[in-house]
Design a protein. Structure first.
Length: 74
């Protein structure tokens, strides 16, 4: 059985502006994909809270999501 492997770009924000070209390339090449950002300074507690909130929102019923959708243009 063949093993599929892929790699994602890693952008180190502690090295900006030297990494700006790499960041731009990562965003351009991945399109609606992903890349990893390291040394961004976002505290672990906040990242965990974001994951918890994301999981909660993803599991809401579609009716609830629709009811709370922002319909304001812009």
């Amino acid at each position: 059985m063949a093993s599929d492997t892929c790699s994602i770009s890693i952008v180190d924000l502690s090295k900006l502006p030297a990494e700006q070209a790499k960041l731009r390339t990562a965003v351009t090449e991945t399109g609606p994909g992903c890349f990893r950002v390291v040394n961004h300074g976002v505290p672990m507690a906040l990242r965990e809270e974001m994951k918890t909130t994301e999981a909660y929102l993803l599991h809401l019923l579609p009716e609830v999501k629709h009811r709370n959708m922002d319909t304001t243009p812009g």
